[in-house]
Design a protein around this ligand. Structure first.
Ligand SMILES: Nc1ncnc2c1ncn2[C@@H]1O[C@H](COP(=O)(O)OP(=O)(O)OP(=O)(O)O)[C@@H](O)[C@H]1O
Ligand SMILES: [Mg+2]
Length: 529
């Protein structure tokens, strides 16, 4: 059943249940994306597991999310089970061999895998707005915040950085509105509150450094197998929006970072998007359009994207039409709505005169699916009723000790597990603020000396030096009052820091950080600029 350049999925049956033929996924067309659908308990996760195994054996790295914890078994060698053996026999899989796979576990919370982080800057305003379910007005303001930061080379690493920037903006709404368009204090406050909520939901674990390096999910082993990155998503699923946004961010990172490769013998990476409906639920049209665009274009970067969801109707039509390789498990068709879904599912296949697709979808057994993959010249194969092969790795979860063992020997062990203790943005900002303040101080000294050279000036007190009284202060603008009070205070407050940095950057365009950043389709940073 091994065929060069093809992944064995399972064996199809004739209408009389006799064995028909082996069904394959052609590696050459694996970057034309795919879709795995079916009602709960019909075999989607096992299909994902066997596809992942096959990709890994073919030297293709895979990224997938483990939504229920039952995919983690892919890191352990398979175990004998009657029903698996029986399936192997039915489909003529002989020998049925067990195998363990090279797995890297990842976890946004750092509990069940290596920590995955990104920075606020990297994520960009579009996805962040989605994450916080912002109104158009709020998103507009967030866009301005990013523009301000990007143009001034101000790194926004974590939620606190963004918060301090927003606080600065709140103090300068008038000036900034004139430069960038309307900014209301109300929108700023709503965004601030949104950030707080995010923090409470644990998103702050996810924003910071060291940020995930894409190359770490594209590894292969010495014996030529693709590494399988498994994202622990059981806890993450409690915040579906964070889950969806995270996967979108990763997709957009891949898209922005990887070079064009055109069509090749096999993909460079396969990305499984489980519970894909979460990505599209209530998504604004612009986001769906952008996702559609990324999915379309990422193909030529050698990335295959496979959506896994219950119902093909969960995926917008424009995206659905780009998913060439299809595995449809059973669906129920009792209600009119369910019938509609089955009808849509049936209509997406190239028909097989031997059976009725609609009927077949409702009658498929567990671990059985309608399969159609792309063949020569990218033409979809005629749909076949296919018994999916049993997995070679363990069916079901691994134990915690097993997981820790896998993590301990992982190629990224130690790389992401602790927060990076290098010069962080906060320190960089503080230093720059200090320099800016020092320069200001020197300037003032010079002016002071000049003043004192003129005898008549001695009669006047110096505002902002602690010798001005409140009477003086009242007449001045709010911002200059804040500036003078910050001078008196030792140490730097975040808000003052950001403010000083923006000012200092604005003064000298040619600073080491002062290069404007460029954003891609989904708003994440473009590399190599
Ligand atoms: N290809 C297969 N060979 C043998 N048994 C299978 C196969 N596919 C599924 N099964 C059996 O069906 C069970 C359920 O499959 P699976 O967990 O993949 O369903 P699912 O569609 O992912 O369900 P859910 O939507 O609840 O996540 C498996 O635990 C296994 O016992
Ligand atoms: Mg499942």
């Amino acid at each position: 059943m091994l065929e060069e350049g093809k992944l064995y999925i399972g064996t199809s049956r004739n209408p009389d249940d006799s064995i028909n033929k082996a069904e394959y996924l052609d590696l050459k067309y694996a970057n034309r994306h795919g879709l795995i659908t079916g009602a709960t308990g019909t075999g989607k996760t096992v299909t994902l597991q066997i596809l992942t195994e096959s990709f890994s054996n073919a030297g293709v790295p895979v990224f997938c999310a483990d939504v229920k914890g039952d995919l983690s078994g892919i890191a352990a060698i398979g175990e004998y089970k009657d029903f698996l053996e029986k399936r192997a026999k039915t489909i003529g899989l002989d020998p049925y061999e067990f195998q363990e796979f090279p797995v890297i576990f990842w976890d946004l919370f750092g509990e069940k895998g290596h920590r995955v982080r990104t920075t606020i800057s990297e994520m960009g305003p579009l996805l962040l707005a989605r994450l916080m379910d912002m109104s158009d007005a709020q998103e507009g303001v967030l866009n301005i915040a990013f523009k301000l930061a990007d143009e001034n080379g101000l790194p926004l690493l974590d939620l606190k950085d963004l918060r301090s920037l927003l606080a600065y903006m709140a103090g300068e709404t008038e000036k900034l509105s004139a430069m960038y368009g309307n900014i209301t204090k109300q929108s700023l406050a709503t965004i601030q509150r949104g950030l707080l909520v995010l923090e409470q939901q644990g998103a702050e674990h996810f924003f910071g450094e060291p940020a995930l390096k894409i190359s770490d999910i594209m590894r292969t082993t010495n014996d030529g197998r693709g590494a399988i990155s498994v994202l622990a998503a059981d806890k993450l699923m409690m915040n579906p929006r964070l889950y969806g946004t995270f996967l979108l961010w990763l997709l957009s990172e891949l898209f922005e970072e990887l070079p064009e490769v055109g069509d090749s013998d096999k993909p460079r990476l396969v990305f499984f998007f489980d519970e894909a409906h979460l990505l599209f639920d209530e998504a604004p049209k612009i986001l769906i359009d952008r996702v559609e665009q990324v999915v379309r274009l990422i193909r030529s970067k050698g990335v295959g994207v496979y959506f896994v969801t219950q119902n093909p109707l969960d995926v917008p039509e424009t995206v659905l039409s780009q998913l060439g390789n299809r595995v449809q498990h059973a669906l129920r068709a009792y209600t009119p709505r369910e019938q509609k879904a089955v009808k849509v599912a049936a209509e997406t296949f190239r028909p097989n005169p031997a059976f009725d697709c609609f009927e077949a979808i409702t009658q498929l057994g567990v671990g059985e699916a309608l399969v159609s993959t792309l063949g020569a010249k990218g033409v979809p194969s005629m749909v076949e009723r296919t018994l999916i092969r049993p997995p070679s790795s363990r069916l079901g979860p691994i134990t915690e000790p097993e997981r820790h063992k896998v993590m301990a020997v992982s190629p990224v062990a130690g790389q992401y597990d602790t927060d990076l203790d290098r010069d962080s943005a906060f320190e960089m900002l503080a230093r720059r603020a200090e320099e800016a303040a020092k320069a200001e101080e020197e300037e003032r000294h010079r002016e002071e000396e000049k003043e004192q050279e003129r005898p008549e000036s001695r009669r006047w007190t110096l505002p902002g030096y602690g010798d001005d009284d409140d009477e003086d202060d009242r007449g001045r603008s709010k911002s200059s009052r804040r500036k003078s009070s910050s001078r008196k205070r030792p140490g730097y407050q975040r808000q003052t820091v950001t403010e000083a940095v923006i000012k200092s950057v604005a003064r000298s365009a040619a600073t080491s950080l002062g290069r404007a950043l460029v954003r891609g389709i989904l708003g994440s940073l473009k590399k190599g600029f």
